[in-house]
Design a protein around this ligand. Sequence first.
Ligand SMILES: Nc1nc2c(ncn2[C@@H]2O[C@H](COP(=O)(O)OP(=O)(O)OP(=O)(O)O)[C@@H](O)[C@H]2O)c(=O)[nH]1
Ligand SMILES: [Mg+2]
Length: 456
Amino acid sequence: MALIDADDTIVAIASPTSPAIRGVVRISGDDTLAILKRMGIHSEGIERPQRMATKVDLGSPLGIIPVDVMVWPTRRSYTGQPSAELHTYGSLPLLRGLVDEAGRCGARPARPGEYTMRAFLAGRLDLTQAEAVLGVIEAEQRGTLDHALRQLSGNLSQPLERMRSTLLDLLADVEAGLDFVDEDISFISDEDLVDRLSAIGTEIEQTLQVMQSRGGGSSRAMVALCGPPNAGKSCLINRLSDQQVAIVAEVAGTTRDTVTVDVELQGTLVTLIDTAGIEEAQTEVSQQSQIQARRSATEATVRLWCVDASGENFVDAANDLRTVATEIQNPQTIDIWVATKMDAGIHPSLDENWIACSAVTGEGIDKLLDVLGQHLTQQDSEEVGSILGTAARCTQSLQQASDSINQAILLTRSQEGHEFVSAELRLVAQCLGEVTGAVYTDDILDRVFGRFCIGK
Ligand SMILES: Nc1nc2c(ncn2[C@@H]2O[C@H](COP(=O)(O)OP(=O)(O)OP(=O)(O)O)[C@@H](O)[C@H]2O)c(=O)[nH]1
Ligand SMILES: [Mg+2]
């Protein structure tokens, strides 16, 4: 499919196709104004973005419908082309009628992702941002949306662009030397070259790790056990992991440092984290434990809030914990409320919001694992899609970049000649460029924009 074909004027429904109050049809391309005119919309002489209320005749049986038209007559638009949006009632037959009418007047139906691709080609977005647009479109859950928005704001592309620019400087120094090889003039010593290559290599490796932790396949869900001192968190982590990883004792305040253990729960790899009991810090050590515990709770994928079900002050303890949970809320984390020590008694106010269990007898542990497993699978599938797509594409390019950097270091150390080093560096620049789209091929554009839906 020839995707890089931005000359035609395209049209598509841009709003969701389910019934809604308003619906939007988009047109983009050099012929936008002419097509609007053929549709009977007065578009002559428009020089700046404009909004107009008008009517369009869709013929029988749809008839004449009211349309709010927004026109961007020049290249200063999202797609970098003259473009327009036609807003009308959110009825699918009417919106299809408008698309057909625009088609009769010279527009071509847009392919999936074609609008965003035009924005990319016009330099409005880089590839990771384009993928983030897809993420925003796909995001059904708040957490995924936050992730997509962060990517859109460029926290991935900025460091990559910086690395690429450092690399291009280095490449320039190496290549400058090549012109003077016969005169034995060098612009950069081998030692300096290895140092600079290693620095870039380290940065690429770090970015790879971030990418992988974002869902490149090897990420692990973090499940933190939190709650007041003596709630039985350590005993529970030992039971869940089937190992004696944490010290259990009658005295409150036993756990200070967080304790982690990697386990497989219901087919998902997770890191369980035992934390210090949440309390008012009295000493400096306790203060540090509190900071660690809260950090774990904030960063966790799932939080198991544990309260002693047999305790007389169950209600107060639960209320205090709810306050803490709200204070350190993260839209992406899931909270599960666990009533521990059920073998020793169950407080009468315990309701269905709690999962009761006993780490000592094992009662209720299967139920807890089931609920945990369900949440973890659900989170996994929400991450799949845009974010994983980006991570997979970028991981591949970054891995190649990292391999070429290592190769360049080897070539420099074995004094093979800077011609070979420079060839490797060109490969690195290409790979880094591919991630953000500074260098792109039809294949990459196909892979990115083919995942979009039509009208975006
Ligand atoms: N009967 C009963 N006792 C339990 C259970 N779980 C823990 N305990 C007891 O409760 C006490 C505290 O258990 P821990 O697991 O150390 O509690 P913790 O929440 O880690 O406490 P801190 O580390 O001090 O915050 C110990 O004496 C445990 O033996 C349980 O399921 N049933
Ligand atoms: Mg403990």
